[in-house]
Design a protein around this ligand. Structure first.
Ligand code: ZN
Length: 514
């Protein structure tokens, strides 16, 4: 086989037209020129890309700087910052920020369930559904302009601008009744502003529960000490209120305690204006901590509150002290009561008689405790027998003389208990017979004890309160309802009244005490 000759990809033996060498060189030159062109175009491409690259490098650098700056800004705004605290560094808890300390206190030890908090998938939401066929419809037309007070003429054009539904108890086993409230709006002929009609208290834009249902929930919780779980079950079972939850019970108590707060705080002022009041305290667990439910009460009014302290600090923190100054206080012999600035004092004789009875029981031979009992009983008898007013100061002094003689006797030889009680009575000997010359002062503190006895039931049923807020809400309702009871009013009726009231204040106390 002969070797084939190629020039510029053309086979010479197959293409007779390129056998000429000059022709071949020309072709080569042409080829070279095209390669040169291509090279120059590549060079220009490279320098263009280089320029681009330089530009991108500069841009990248500036973007990186921007990212760093923005990250710092996010951190400054508290985005992903992790604070050093006592759990992840040697910073002592007291040197943490206030927010950090609060977070630490409230951080739950319970492991996360991995589910979001609140209602779970499949759980019927909090928002109550509207119904298409409410049992009742009530129209609320504007009568006076809320802006200028002008009367809206009866023939003025009114347009229904909002409807809301209220779900309330209708009866046992019949299911709740839905009332649709239709709010009308008119243009005021006087000030030309839009005047909306007023809706019943408690109804909002959303569907809500009515006053009977809310009053019953609070009644079961506060008056009957029923647990949230059982209240929810009662609402579902007895009143057929579908998907009524413990959370709803909590919300109803929370919302209405807030509403009733002005009534609750006004009670203190009413008690402060009386001549005499009794005080007592009882231990209750709040969030597993022993706390105290305090009670300040008189014939017509009752005020209770919860505090960690059993000392004067509780009374300071709750602003009670100013209301005590004008009062004659009747109490047991708990030392805090004798450090207070009050106008007078009466020690509970029922307590003392019981303490003395114990001494009579442990030593039947001695006469001392029996004699002290006799003086106290005689004083009570004299008080009972006095037909008009109180026996008076002379009578009081005669009893003080009798008790003084007994307190001077040496009882140490009967035993330690005798000495302790005698010393205790000596400390309060000026406060034994105040009731003999002051009207309105009882010789016992039974009414104070009665006002907070229910807390013991509450503790037995539910073991106390889960939160301080829950205890405060209870104190608010209990004070108002106990006041109502003392004035012959029904507790449930009072709650219902409270529910339908728009902004209850101190005048509400007038209503329940008249
Ligand atoms: Zn107007």
């Amino acid at each position: 086989m002969p070797t084939k000759l190629y020039i510029c990809g053309m086979s010479l033996d197959k293409n007779p037209s390129v056998i000429d060498a000059f022709e071949a060189i020309r072709a080569l030159r042409k080829e070279l020129a095209s390669v040169k062109d291509e090279l120059s175009s590549c060079k220009s491409d490279v320098s263009r890309l280089n320029r681009n690259n330089t530009h991108l490098v500069v841009e990248n650098k500036s973007l990186k700087a921007e990212v760093t700056r923005l990250k710092a800004e996010i951190e400054k705004l508290g985005g992903s910052k992790v604070e050093k605290d006592s759990t992840n560094s040697s910073v002592p808890p007291t040197q943490q920020s206030i927010a950090g300390q609060a977070a630490l206190r409230t951080r739950s030890l319970r492991a996360s369930s991995g589910r979001p908090s609140g209602g779970q998938k499949g759980h019927v939401g909090h928002e109550l559904a509207r119904t298409d066929n409410p049992a009742k419809q009530e129209d609320h037309r504007v009568k006076t302009c809320p802006h200028c007070g002008a009367v809206i003429p009866e023939d003025a054009e009114q347009v229904c601008t909002m409807t809301t539904q209220v779900i309330d108890i209708a009866g046992i086993l019949v299911g709740p009744e839905v009332t649709e409230h239709r709010r009308y709006t008119a243009v005021c002929p006087h000030c030309h502003r839009k005047a909306h009609a007023k809706l019943p208290s408690g109804s909002s834009k959303k569907t809500s529960y009515g006053p009977k249902l809310q009053a019953l929930v609070i009644y079961l919780s506060v008056v009957q000490s029923v647990t949230f779980e059982r209240i929810a079950e009662t609402m579902r079972d007895v009143f057929c209120v579908k998907s009524f939850s413990e959370g709803t019970v909590k919300n109803i108590l929370e919302r209405n305690a807030k509403k009733a707060l002005p009534v609750y705080t006004a009670l203190l002022e009413y008690i402060g204006r009386e001549e005499a009041a009794g005080m007592d305290e009882t231990g209750v667990y709040i969030n597993k901590l022993l706390c105290w439910f305090w009670c300040l009460q008189c014939e017509k009014y009752c005020y209770v509150f919860a505090d960690r302290s059993r000392g004067i600090k509780a009374l300071e923190d709750h602003g009670i002290l100013p209301y005590l100054k004008r009062l004659i206080l009747y109490t047991d012999r708990h030392s805090t009561y004798f450090t207070l600035e009050v106008s007078g004092h009466q020690v509970c004789l029922a307590h003392l008689l019981r303490n003395l009875q114990y001494l009579c029981d442990i030593n039947k031979e001695q006469k001392w405790a029996r004699n002290v009992q006799q003086v106290l009983r005689d004083a009570i008898h004299t008080w009972n027998e006095s037909k008009c007013g109180v026996p008076g100061t002379e009578v009081r002094r005669s009893f003080e003389k009798r008790i003084d003689r007994l307190l001077d006797q040496d009882v140490g030889h009967y035993g330690k208990e005798f000495q302790t009680l005698q010393n205790g009575i000596i400390l309060c000997k000026d406060y034994l017979f105040t009731f003999l010359d002051h009207e309105g002062v009882p010789h016992h503190n039974n009414s104070s004890e009665g006002a907070i006895r229910i807390l013991k039931v509450k503790t037995k049923v539910s073991g106390g309160f889960r939160t301080q807020a829950g205890a405060d809400q209870y104190a608010c309702f209990h004070s108002i309802l106990e006041t109502a009871k003392r004035n012959g009013k029904s507790k449930f009726g009072t709650l219902y009244q409270l529910m339908i009231e728009d902004n209850p204040d101190s005048s509400f106390i007038e209503t329940i005490t008249s």
